[in-house]
Design a protein around this ligand. Structure first.
Ligand code: AMP
Ligand code: ZN
Length: 454
């Protein structure tokens, strides 16, 4: 099944083919490590994890190189360290570890290389020197700036007019700039700021050059896929293209640009001031299984906006309960990923359609009475879900603790049926089993039964 991807550069879906089939190369902008990952950051990670899994499925795990950086030098980090009264290195190391823990809980595979910006300062300086030598950058008052007017292709990714770009970039107007849209490659550091010696004095890199230098170091001048959130197209990715192509005599930087849509929370833009800021960590702390978060994040197509709601999350938990129940007593037979699931994912990662096919498979498992057919369907469900990074736990383990109320609701419904049919011994047995699992039932007037955990 050929993989089709929407390319933000050409604004259409294209058949994906890597430059070297034995070496698919992908770079994704990683976190700036100063705080916990919020659920919008998690969306970006999970979307590109899904693409990584699909590339590994198609080309073989040994033939995909996925690089996702850690931005560990940036002004937000300096500010956060100061606010916490914490050393910068302690902050970036701690936050990187938390990020790894959270993303692992969501089933995100670690990238093949995770370069840290602070470990690539010489490469950044070398690239800046090349840009200066080629007259695409200039030094002024301890700063080095990229000369936007010197680069003809500027704006080709974001497709904005020059005026829009100047307004959108919110770049500082500074006396040392030749042009207001010129952006910083290097800037001076005060003694209390992190800094490295350079031909332009002690200073630190701008954010954009970090990704250009790290992608060059690990993937070369031209590679297959570059990803990130849609908010990064301008100015970050536009600037990466300009820096990298200008430093490489105009040779192309990236063939496919892939961008995930934004995530809002209960219909509103997520922000600390609105009090609707959701971190992955607090969901996990609440006992929400990582797979449920992952499924909820994949339940909308990656390019569409996703509204994160409690309802979406609880639906994802119920879906997983249902799928895991379908895997009970599965004799662990083997099956390939079904063509329907494969085709859905190959079509620009249509995860909602893939999920629909998994629902169909689970329904077929429940329907069939024939053991061999049932085992084959179960194997297909397991394989298809596996390609989405789901159903990785043993079903028994999930249904005992990892799942949510729907398994409990089902047992309560069984008990109600037993009572209606006057099978009181059965009804009592279900109540006792639930009690043994720490679930207390309360029969309400009118016939409803409520439950709570002890
Ligand atoms: P940041 O730490 O803000 O640089 O973001 C890290 C990654 O998360 C980038 O790829 C962003 O595009 C992405 N991102 C940040 N906020 C959201 C959001 N609300 N929805 C989706 N992706 C986001
Ligand atoms: Zn980047």
């Amino acid at each position: 099944m050929p993989l089709v991807l929407y390319n933000s550069l050409t604004r259409r879906k294209e058949n994906f083919a890597p430059i070297e089939p034995a070496k698919v190369r992908m770079y994704v902008c990683g976190p700036t490590v100063y705080d916990r990952a919020h659920i919008g950051n998690a969306r970006a990670v999970i979307v590109f994890d899904q693409l990584y899994r699909m590339l590994r499925h198609q080309y073989g795990a040994a033939h995909v190189k996925y690089v996702r950086n850690i931005t560990d030098v940036e002004d937000k980090i300096i500010d956060a360290a100061r606010a916490n009264g914490e050393a910068i290195e302690a902050l970036t190391e701690r936050t990187t570890r938390l990020f790894h823990d959270d993303m692992a809980a969501l089933g995100a595979l670690p990238p093949d290389v995770e370069p840290r910006a602070t470990a690539h300062i010489p490469q950044m300086i070398a690239m800046i020197e090349r840009l200066i030598a080629a007259d695409h950058a200039y030094a002024a008052e301890g700063h080095v700036l990229f000369a936007v007017a010197s680069w003809q292709g500027y704006g080709k990714l974001a497709r904005r007019s020059r005026d829009e770009m100047v307004a959108g970039a919110r770049v500082e107007v500074a006396p040392y700039k030749r042009d207001p849209s010129d952006f910083v490659l290097w800037k001076p550091s005060d003694t209390d700021q992190p800094g490295w010696d350079s031909p332009w004095g002690r200073g630190r890199p701008g954010w954009h050059i970090e990704c250009s230098a790290m992608s060059e170091a690990h993937l070369g001048e031209t590679f297959d896929i570059h990803g990130g959130g849609i908010d990064l197209i301008f100015p970050h990715h536009e600037n990466e293209v300009a820096q990298s192509e200008a430093a490489h005599d105009g040779r192309p930087f990236v063939r496919f640009w892939v961008h995930n849509g934004f995530l809002s929370v209960e219909g509103e833009k997520m922000s600390k001031s609105l009090g609707n800021f959701v971190t992955t960590h607090e969901l996990l702390e609440r006992g929400v299984p990582g797979e449920a978060i992952r499924l909820a994040l994949l339940s909308t197509h990656y390019r569409d906006p996703l509204d994160w709601t409690e309802d979406r999350l609880s639906q994802a938990r119920q879906t997983l309960d249902r799928w895991y129940r379908a895997l009970l007593r599965w004799p662990a037979t083997h099956a390939a990923v079904s063509e329907a699931v494969d085709a859905a994912l190959a079509d620009d990662l249509n995860t909602p359609l893939a999920i629909t096919h998994l629902h169909d498979l689970a329904a077929a498992v429940y329907r069939t009475q024939e053991p061999a057919e049932k085992a084959a369907l179960q194997a297909q469900l397991k394989a298809g879900a596996g390609l989405l990074g789901l159903l990785e736990a043993p079903p028994g383990t999930w249904l005992q603790g990892g799942g949510d109320g729907s398994a409990i609701e089902e047992r309560i419904a069984d008990r109600a049926t037993a009572r209606m049919e006057r099978r009181f011994a059965d009804a009592d047995r279900i109540r006792a089993e639930l009690a043994a699992d720490g679930i207390i039932l309360e029969d309400k007037p009118g016939g409803a039964t409520e439950w709570r955990r002890v």
